[in-house]
Design a protein around this ligand. Structure first.
Ligand code: AMP
Ligand code: MG
Length: 404
């Protein structure tokens, strides 16, 4: 019998049922994008480690510029140039200036930079300045970006490109992250053939093995495809034995209650506690199985690729993130729907849509076509959520959207 849970109940049950968290491992910075930090990151040194100019101009002592104006320029003796990547060779005395470029290192005596636009060379290395600067102007002081010891990234943070950038700046080329959960992907169905095969009449190519592997990788996990298993209990049993060592097992197909749908029975047979629920009140993707055996999560997603994808996003992705300790938010947006949409009360609907901006508003155009067409999730860039207690939404109404 199907025990049907709401989407929220199902997600809660899954996250609570799986205690496992992956171990930590060091990875090279260049391979760390999308991985979840397992240790805090603090600056080990001041960033920058020396005062730098933020303008092309002249390093000066701010006090020497006070009162300078168009009518009464202040005059400076230009003693030379500070080269990029080099320590200044000349110290500054009052009334002196050194040419400097953006990012150049200030001499210790200098506390400001005057922009080249506010100066004029008069010949004989004399520079006329027509505007005063305050101490600290046009410079970044040592440690202004980050002070030695200051925390910048925290465990559970999923590394983004800018985070890779700050780690590079700090010289932290090995990052301690959560190990990638290893996920086995199994497609089931007598009708399935590999994508490189030419399907005979009645056959179709296996979409889910490849699509789900790709989604798994996008969550920082590793996917291993375990091929196409025919609709046979023995074959499915054997496949589950082969994949028992994985951190998470995802099956697709055979998740309904039909005569040839063996997924639930095989998960139950495999060990305790077995299937925890079968069915979620949602569309697409209602026939979804979740089980735990030896502490390992087993998902039986509907074979229909769109359903499998929605099931993955709502339930598998949060779990793969939890296993890595990820705590950063996934973006959740709201948009207005272009037209009325109906939905049966008592289930949560995920409608494929094209999200676009008009002025400062986000709008969603529902994509026509049945949920079992893969093209609808390819043409779409979002899923609109119609809550379980609603019988539809009206044109112009704001709804939650999940980017896909
Ligand atoms: P099932 O969940 O096994 O009842 O399958 C539901 C629908 O999804 C059927 O039309 C299947 O042919 C199709 N299907 C099942 N598995 C896959 C797959 N891996 N790739 C593409 N379509 C599939
Ligand atoms: Mg099937």
């Amino acid at each position: 019998m199907l025990t049907v849970l709401s989407v929220a109940e199902a997600k809660e049950k899954i996250l609570a049922a799986v205690q496992a968290r992956t171990e930590q491992e060091p990875v090279l910075l260049a391979a760390a994008t999308g991985r979840t930090l397992a240790q805090p990151v603090a600056a080990e040194e001041d960033l920058p480690s020396f005062a730098r100019s933020t303008m092309d101009g002249f390093a000066v002592i701010a006090q020497d510029t006070y009162g300078a104006s168009e009518a009464m320029p202040a005059l400076f003796d230009v003693r030379g140039e500070i080269l990029m990547g080099r320590e200044p060779e000349t110290a500054l005395a009052p009334g002196e200036a050194l040419r400097i470029s953006t990012g150049g290192m200030l001499p210790t005596e200098s506390d400001a930079v005057v922009m080249v636009e506010h100066t004029e060379m008069l010949g004989g290395n004399i520079m006329a300045l027509n505007r005063a600067v305050a101490p600290g102007e046009n410079i970044i002081v040592r440690g202004e970006d980050l002070r030695a010891g200051e925390g910048i990234l925290f465990p559970g943070h999923v590394l983004r490109p800018q985070d890779i950038g700050v780690l590079a700046a700090l010289g932290q080329t090995l990052v301690t992250v959560a190990k990638r959960p290893r996920v086995a992907i199994i497609s089931t169905g007598d009708e399935l053939v590999m994508p490189d095969a030419v399907p005979k009449a009645g056959q179709i190519r296996d979409i889910n093995s490849f699509m789900l592997s790709s989604w798994v990788e996008s969550c920082g996990a590793v996917a291993d495809r375990h091929g196409i298993i025919p609709d046979s209990k023995d074959a499915l049993r054997a496949a589950l034995q082969r994949t028992a060592a994985y951190d998470c097992i995802i099956l697709s197909g055979g998740s309904s209650a039909g005569a040839r749908d063996y997924t639930a029975a095989c998960i139950d047979e495999l060990g305790k506690p077995g299937v925890l629920f079968h069915g979620v009140s949602m569309r697409p993707g209602k026939p979804l199985i979740f089980g735990v055996v030896n502490g390992k999560p087993y998902f039986g997603l509907s074979g229909n690729p769109t359903s499998a994808m929605v099931g993955f996003l709502l339930f598998v992705r949060p779990l793969l993130r939890q296993m890595q300790g990820a705590i950063t938010l996934l973006p959740l947006l709201r948009a207005k729907v272009e037209r009325n949409l109906s939905s049966a009360s008592g289930r949560e609907d995920y409608i494929r849509a094209w999200l676009y901006a008009e002025g400062d508003e986000l709008w969603a155009r529902p994509i026509l076509g049945q949920a079992n067409l893969i093209s609808t999730v390819v043409r779409g860039n979002a899923l609109l959520r119609i809550p379980q207690n609603r019988e539809g939404v009206e044109a112009g109404e704001s709804v939650e959207v999940l980017l896909i």
